[in-house]
Design a protein around this ligand. Structure first.
Ligand code: UDX
Ligand code: ADP
Length: 465
């Protein structure tokens, strides 16, 4: 078996594969890393001259791409060649929730993982370490192992080959991915092959202190990723449920968060109230956990985790309802400005963004929407609504604006959905003349300093207050 890793391949050039390989390339100059993807447009964009238009927006990413691309970091569509030359292959493909068949709505669709494993099985040469990085259900490594050991695939090109499979879940959060990758709380490596574990660990040791690199068996590693996300999501649902109590009792959720977060046993992170969690992981991972519980007949445990998801949707429905109520019970033909469409600030990712469902509710109530986001592309927002809305008249109710001012023109209410820094700096006195009276602001992220806004001009609803 090889004693040193010289060539790494990463299958999947998305939000996980792109930034995580960029950071390994940045920290390990003697390793050649090639990120491959079946999506040719994506690879073209990763290789494009305009670093402001990379497929993934992450603070700090373009600087690393500028430094490493073409030096020891490459983006390519050549799966076969890259796989055959690699000592270690990371699988970072997407694993969306299945929408039909067994486990529909809960289980993850592993077709992209399976396809990647088949490609590795076909094209790899010599001994190859295969590392699962995608968020996956527990026991996926087993599937990968089984595919890799399938004799038929091996015989296809008759090469002597062997594999070790490791689980190395990624804990980066979008918007802070580069910092999370450079300064991880821990690196988790699951597997049985101690030499393979050691080789992967050595890569991280280039910048991560050894005591932060922990090893477990494969299943603990896979399960830990789901559980970490489930616990984080649970905190958000907990504080969001309390936001509703605050609104009814006169308490302020920001004060409650601060007060409880100072208890070191609770901790201050992940207690920010909002319109519910979005992103590609939390919902999917809790659904995976629920699916797992049901499979093992752990009905009560499944029900427990289901509740985290119900509170999340309830929070979104609650916000839509409050908007309608405040605007005299009807928003039909009224214009609502939606500021922010990504699921959180500092990312262009819209997967499971709470803005999507709230916008759909408002459209259902007959409103016209002006949507503005500083990083999400117009075509992406259009793609989402073209898929979700079948009725052409409803699609016409959505207008995607190029600036905050344009989005606020003739608007009855402004709905802040994402905590972008730009929105904290809005000069509200300049916005007021553009709007219709009475002018409302709904702040679902608690970013406004409401004392500084003229209450003679604006009615303000701020979540959890
Ligand atoms: C999450 C995990 O944090 C990360 O470790 C894992 O690898 C992937 O899933 P991500 O979804 O990118 O990362 O972002 P995160 O910062 O966790 O936010 C998720 C959602 O929770 C966002 O919609 C965010 O707005 C919301 N959130 C987060 C809150 O509403 N309140 C908080 O206090 C924190
Ligand atoms: P994540 O957030 O998990 O990174 P993304 O959807 O952003 O998810 O990225 C996953 C990437 O994996 C996509 O760009 C997709 O085209 C790519 N992909 C999926 N299946 C394959 C495959 N079999 N071979 C190569 N790339 C793949």
């Amino acid at each position: 078996m090889k004693k040193i890793i010289k060539n790494i391949c990463c299958i999947g050039a998305g939000y996980v594969g792109g930034p995580s390989m960029a950071v390994i390339a940045h920290k390990c100059k003697d390793i050649k890393i090639t990120v491959v993807d079946i999506n040719e447009e994506k690879i073209k964009a990763w290789n494009g001259d305009d670093l402001n238009n990379l497929p993934v927006f992450e603070p700090g990413l373009k600087e690393i791409i500028r430094e490493c691309r073409g030096v020891n970091l490459f983006f390519s569509n050549e799966l076969k060649k890259t796989i055959s030359e690699s000592d270690m292959i990371f699988i970072s493909v997407n694993t969306p929730t299945k929408n039909k068949g067994i486990g529909a709505g809960k289980a993850s669709d592993l077709k992209y993982i399976e396809l990647s494993a088949r490609e590795i099985s076909k094209y790899a040469e010599g001994h190859t370490i295969v590392v699962e990085k995608s968020t996956i259900p527990v026991k996926t490594a087993q599937t990968i192992k089984e595919i890799l050991s399938s004799q038929k695939e091996k015989e296809l090109n008759n090469k002597n080959k062997s594999f070790s499979v490791l689980s190395n879940p990624e804990f980066l959060a979008e918007g802070t991915a580069i910092n999370d990758l450079l300064n991880p709380d821990r690196i988790l490596i699951g597997g049985e092959d101690s030499l393979a574990i050691d080789l992967l660990s050595k890569i991280y040791e280039n910048w991560v202190p050894e005591k932060k690199i922990i090893t477990t068996n494969l299943w603990s590693s896979e399960l830990s990723k789901l559980v970490a996300n489930a616990f984080l999501a649970q905190r958000i649902s907990s504080i969001n449920s309390i936001s509703a109590i605050c609104e009814s009792t006169g308490a302020d959720v920001a004060e409650v968060s601060k007060a409880i977060g100072m208890d070191s046993r609770i901790g201050k992170n992940f207690l920010k109230v909002g319109p519910g969690f979005g992103g590609s992981c939390f919902k999917k991972d809790i659904l995976n956990l629920i699916y797992l519980c049901e499979k093992f007949n752990l009905v009560e445990v499944a029900k427990y985790w289901e509740q985290i998801l119900s509170i999340n949707s309830w929070q979104q429905k609650r916000i839509s309802k409050i908007i309608v109520e405040k605007l005299f019970g009807t928003i039909s033909e009224k214009t609502i400005t939606v500021l922010g469409f990504s699921f959180k600030a500092n990312t262009n990712d819209t997967r499971e963004s709470p803005a999507i469902d709230i916008c759909l509710d408002l459209i259902e109530e007959g409103a016209n929407l002006n949507i503005y986001d500083p990083k999400v592309e117009k075509q992406e927002i259009e793609r989402i609504f073209n898929k979700k809305l079948k009725n052409k008249i409803e699609i016409k109710k959505i207008n995607i604006s190029g600036s905050v001012k344009e989005a606020c023109l003739n608007s009855d209410a402004i709905l802040i959905m994402t905590e972008w820094e730009d929105f904290r700096e809005i000069e509200w006195d300049k916005i007021y003349p553009l709007m219709r009276d009475p002018s409302w602001i709904f702040d679902t992220r608690r970013i406004l300093n409401i004392e500084s806004i003229d209450h003679n001009k604006f009615n303000i609803w701020s979540i959890g207050r």
